[in-house]
Ligand binder design. Structure first.
Ligand code: SAH
Length: 343
């Protein structure tokens, strides 16, 4: 809810309009999810609000700590569907990875999220609730601990749930909301050209990460079925448009799949594809093997050779460490396990 909506909620529960500001502070600045704890609101109002509204509709059903700074949460929605959110720690960064859909319609062959198809979009509230669950963990450590970065890289294709995503990110970014800087928020997409341009036109400075994963259309369509209608070049063009509209650097993600897209020739083609791209970064992700996909991780040597070839071609390249592999932090893997366990 934005301040107007909060105002209506407060007055319809018999409160004074100015209380909406206090309520917004409790919700978005203190990340408090229990009306009873909002002690500067009149008690009768708190009780009435608690009768009329639920601040949290989802619950954490599993929390797996990798021991190396990654905590993965399995979150059950009101209708029983499971999504996941991850908290990652590295040096001075504290990053939340959040989901935007239960399941996914994109069907990337190496990814666990799409194996069971799309169940449904998350509501903006459900997207934001993930921050309250993460806040509860951080509060135990210190009252002031908060995220430095947010990546929309969990379950689902964020740009497929465009309205839900934008409503949630607007609250995350707003001064009256979480007041979280757009430049510290990254939206990761399978590459939907029209939606990338729509995102550029929203007037935010989000970082864009584009999941490229291949260097020819044939190869990309084999790994990513949606490519048949989008096409590689259109995605790169839309990404360039995003850069020109927002002046934010674009990152291309490239999941290395053993024997599919991981040769030095692929690396050279990738470098050529990005040759004219203004300020491109490449994030290499060695595939986390997912049972049932028939695909395998690249060898350590293949990752090294690929990285070296890109670096020599002048590309700014990072290899994503396998953070949280122990807790199955690759997209959708935790949910798959939970759903299997639940039959
Ligand atoms: N739908 C969005 C965001 C979700 S996935 C997107 O496609 O970008 C975030 C990243 O993890 C994507 O680059 C995705 O391709 C990659 N990914 C998914 N499953 C993976 C796996 N098993 N191993 C390595 N990377 C994976």
């Amino acid at each position: 809810m934005n301040p107007d909506e909060l105002g209506k909620a407060v007055t319809s529960a018999g409160g004074k309009p100015f209380v909406a500001r206090q309520l917004a502070q409790w919700l978005y600045k203190k990340r408090e999810s229990d009306f009873a704890a909002m002690t500067n609101l009149p008690k009768a109002l708190r009780e009435k609000l608690a009768q009329n509204y639920s601040l949290i509709t989802s619950s954490v059903v599993t929390s797996e700590d990798s021991g190396e700074g990654t905590i993965k949460l399995g979150i059950r929605l009101q209708d029983g569907l499971i999504i996941e959110a991850v908290l990652m720690r590295e040096e001075d960064r504290l990053t939340a990875c959040i989901s935007t859909q239960a399941g996914c319609a994109m069907g990337c062959r190496f990814c666990a999220s799409g194996l069971l198809g799309l169940k449904r979009h998350l509501t903006p509230g459900e997207i934001l609730e993930q921050f309250f669950h993460i806040a509860a963990i951080l509060k135990k450590e210190s009252p002031d601990a908060w995220l430095t970065n947010v990546v929309v890289m969990g379950m689902g294709e964020p740009l497929h749930n465009f309205d839900g995503l934008m409503n949630a990110l607007a609250v995350l970014n707003a001064e009256w909301g979480f007041h979280f800087g757009a430049r510290r928020i990254t939206v990761s997409t399978v590459g939907l050209p029209d939606k990338i341009r729509d995102l550029a036109n929203q007037g935010f400075q989000f970082n864009l990460a584009v999941s490229l994963h291949a260097t020819t259309d044939e190869q990309r369509t084999r790994l990513i079925p949606t490519n048949i209608s989008t096409g590689l070049i259109n995605i790169i063009r839309a990404s360039a448009d995003y850069y020109h509209a927002t002046r934010r650097e674009v990152t291309f993600e490239y999941t290395l799949v053993g024997g599919e897209n991981d040769t030095p020739d692929d690396a050279m083609r990738l470098a050529r594809l990005l040759e004219d791209f203004p300020r491109a970064n490449v994030n290499l992700i060695p595939m986390n093997p997912v049972e049932g996909t028939g695909l395998r991780a690249p060898t350590t040597e293949a990752v090294e050779e690929f990285t070296d070839a890109l670096t020599q071609a002048g590309i700014n390249v990072h290899v994503r460490r396998k953070r949280g592999r122990a807790v199955q932090a690759a997209c959708g893997q935790l949910r798959l396990k939970l759903e299997k366990a639940n039959g």
